[in-house]
Design a protein around this ligand. Structure first.
Ligand code: DX5
Ligand code: ZN
Length: 219
């Protein structure tokens, strides 16, 4: 049974105080820090890049769970590895050759994540599945925090868990987008073991991060 982990998304944090926000997440019991990188091309939003990640590295020892919503992604993998990413998650649509990009992430000693948008089938990564450390199931169309969870992805989560258990693969199943206190139990029961959350963790209960992380974990 994989350990339930919480990876708060800093997309919902105060971008003028990212260092102290990350410290608050660590003090609040976060297991990972989910860093949403957006390029305004793969998704219609623009956030942060390697220089910011490099500067944030000193604020926590927690793993940086870096979600690259950028395209093309292959030529930038080295930049994020050097900036301090621990998990580098890419979208299959953003690389010409998923196998080559996975091997490049591994070459830098980083964990490999592959993300499936709501409309992207498991077939997009099935040929590489045994080389993947984390599958990020998007439960919203990527680009923005605060969107509504899409329940149609629950079947994909269940199928990924069945494939992993049947073949004794090792990947974590992380779910990202619209996770809140009403759906987190259902998502975990479907087979996820890592929950990404931005809005719920930063905004609920007057922004009581520790309370919100514990509540998500205990559902
Ligand atoms: C969306 C990002 C998500 C998002 C989650 O493109 O990948 O990580 O920030 O935010 P909430 O929890 O507010 O949906
Ligand atoms: Zn994300």
């Amino acid at each position: 049974m994989k350990k339930i982990q919480i990876s708060p998304s800093i997309l919902s944090a105060d971008f003028s105080q990212l260092g102290s926000e990350i410290k608050k997440l660590e003090e609040g019991g976060a297991d990972l820090i989910h860093v949403d990188v957006m390029d305004g091309h793969f998704v219609p939003n623009l956030t942060i890049g390697p220089p910011v990640i490099k500067n944030l590295r000193k604020y926590t020892k927690l793993p940086f769970d870096v979600h690259l919503m950028i395209s093309p992604v292959h030529k930038y993998i080295e930049n994020y590895a050097e900036a301090g990413a621990d998990i580098i998650t890419i979208h299959p649509e953003a690389t010409e050759n998923l196998k080559n990009s996975i091997n490049l992430i591994k070459k830098f000693g980083k964990k490999v994540g592959v993300s499936l948008n709501p409309k992207t089938e498991i077939s997009a990564l099935i040929n590489e599945i045994e080389n993947i450390d984390l599958i990020l199931v998007m439960s919203v169309n990527p680009g923005f925090g605060g969107q509504k969870f899409m329940p149609e992805v629950l079947d994909k989560i269940k199928e990924l868990k069945m494939i992993r258990d049947k073949n004794h693969y090792h990947y974590d199943i992380e779910v990202d987008g619209g996770i809140n206190f009403n759906n987190s139990k259902t998502v975990l029961e479907a087979g996820a073991n890592i929950l990404v959350s931005g809005t719920t963790i930063f905004k609920e209960n007057n922004g009581n991060i520790k309370n919100n992380i514990e509540k998500l974990k205990s559902m």
